[in-house]
Design a protein around this ligand. Structure first.
Ligand code: DAH
Length: 342
């Protein structure tokens, strides 16, 4: 064994490269190497010599492994001292969250209205019948007040944070229009507000219907609010959102809280996924005198206009989103692909 160790040491000293070293390792430890051969030879020895020979072979094996590793360490290129850190390596990407498409669209809408002098307002999602219906001149027999259409709350311990006037059952607001009433209670004209927020309706869920969705409400009350101003304001906003080439149609409609009332349709010369050229965008009208006087504003002195539209609907048009459910499923592949530039 002595000579074997000396021989190994000598060849290790002579090895100058990793390759030469590897050849030595294979010579000793490879499948047909020295060590397996020695171990196999144990079986040919008389039993009384096996124990001693086995020990000698194991000693050699341990020595050889150690000697090879020591030589490997000597041959390894010298590492620079200091921390093993390379500042020139590119960083590992950290997955980033992103703003939800609805929030982004919302910010974009608010930003456009801000330039026109609108302030941000809001109201509670848990309302009562007075704010959601009566104060908006909606008669008790109006279909929207039906239990089939609106979520009424059974448990009135779920009391909302906002102060409540009027009465009636508590409900999840079916529109953002009650914010108009709250704004008029808080503030005297001139009023110029925009109020994005969530609304709830009892609907069968499908690609275009949801039980919870976002609307943007707008209200202007001043001495000279006019249909002309309403038209100019909304056309400007929707042109920014849908493209300057968009054309508009003001279609007479009915809302209890405005008179006259309209629905605005937008015409897109190249309808993509929707396949329709005229798309319904927004409800609007001149605030009904009863709504003004109910909120303590003199309808002979002031006039107002109001409007409301759905944010998801707008996103479906602008970004060609085919299914409303994508907004709430939170599939990152969808969220990542949204390109609303804000
Ligand atoms: N609240 C209406 C709805 O949910 C939308 C609306 C129409 C709002 C006309 C308005 C308005 O302020 O003037 O369908």
């Amino acid at each position: 064994m002595q000579e074997r160790v000396a021989e190994l040491r000598a060849s290790l000293q002579a090895a100058e490269t990793e390759g030469a070293l590897e050849a030595i390792r294979i010579r000793y430890f490879g499948r047909h190497g020295e060590v397996p051969r020695l171990l196999a030879s144990l079986g040919t020895l008389p039993p009384e010599r096996r124990r001693e020979a086995g020990r000698a072979i194991n000693n050699f094996k341990a020595l050889a492994e150690k000697a090879i590793e020591e030589r490997r360490a000597e041959l390894a290129p010298a590492r620079p001292k200091g921390p093993a850190f390379d500042a020139t390596l590119p960083g590992r990407p950290v997955p980033e969250g992103s703003i939800h498409p609805i929030s982004r669209m919302c910010r974009r809408i608010v930003e456009i209205f801000r330039r026109l002098g609108f302030a941000l307002a809001d109201g509670p999602e848990v309302e009562n019948e007075f704010y959601n219906f009566d104060a908006l001149n909606t008669p008790p027999d109006h279909p929207a007040r039906n239990e089939q259409d609106t979520f009424f709350l059974k448990d009135s311990t779920l009391l909302p944070a906002a102060p409540f006037r009027g009465g009636g059952r508590l409900l999840l607001r079916s529109q953002t229009s009650p914010v108009q009433i709250r704004a008029m209670e808080k503030q005297r004209p001139p009023i110029r507000i925009i109020a994005p927020g969530r609304c709830y309706r009892r609907d069968e869920i499908d690609a275009t219907h949801s039980i919870a969705f976002f609307q943007v409400e707008g209200l202007v009350v001043e001495e000279s609010a006019s249909l002309r101003e309403l038209k100019g304001t909304l056309e400007l906003v929707f042109r920014e959102l849908l493209g300057q080439e968009t054309r508009f149609r003001f279609r007479p409609h009915y809302f209890p809280f405005t008179e006259p009332s309209f629905e605005i349709d937008g015409f897109r010369p190249s309808p993509a996924k929707t396949g329709k050229e005229w798309l319904e965008l927004c409800g609007c009208g001149m605030v009904h005198p009863k709504v003004l006087s109910g909120a303590g504003i003199d309808p002979d002195r002031y006039s107002g206009f109001a409007f409301g539209f759905g944010i998801e609907r707008l996103l479906m048009i602008v970004e060609e989103v085919p299914d409303l459910r994508l907004f709430t499923e939170n599939d990152v592949r969808f969220l990542r692909n949204q390109s609303c530039p804000v």
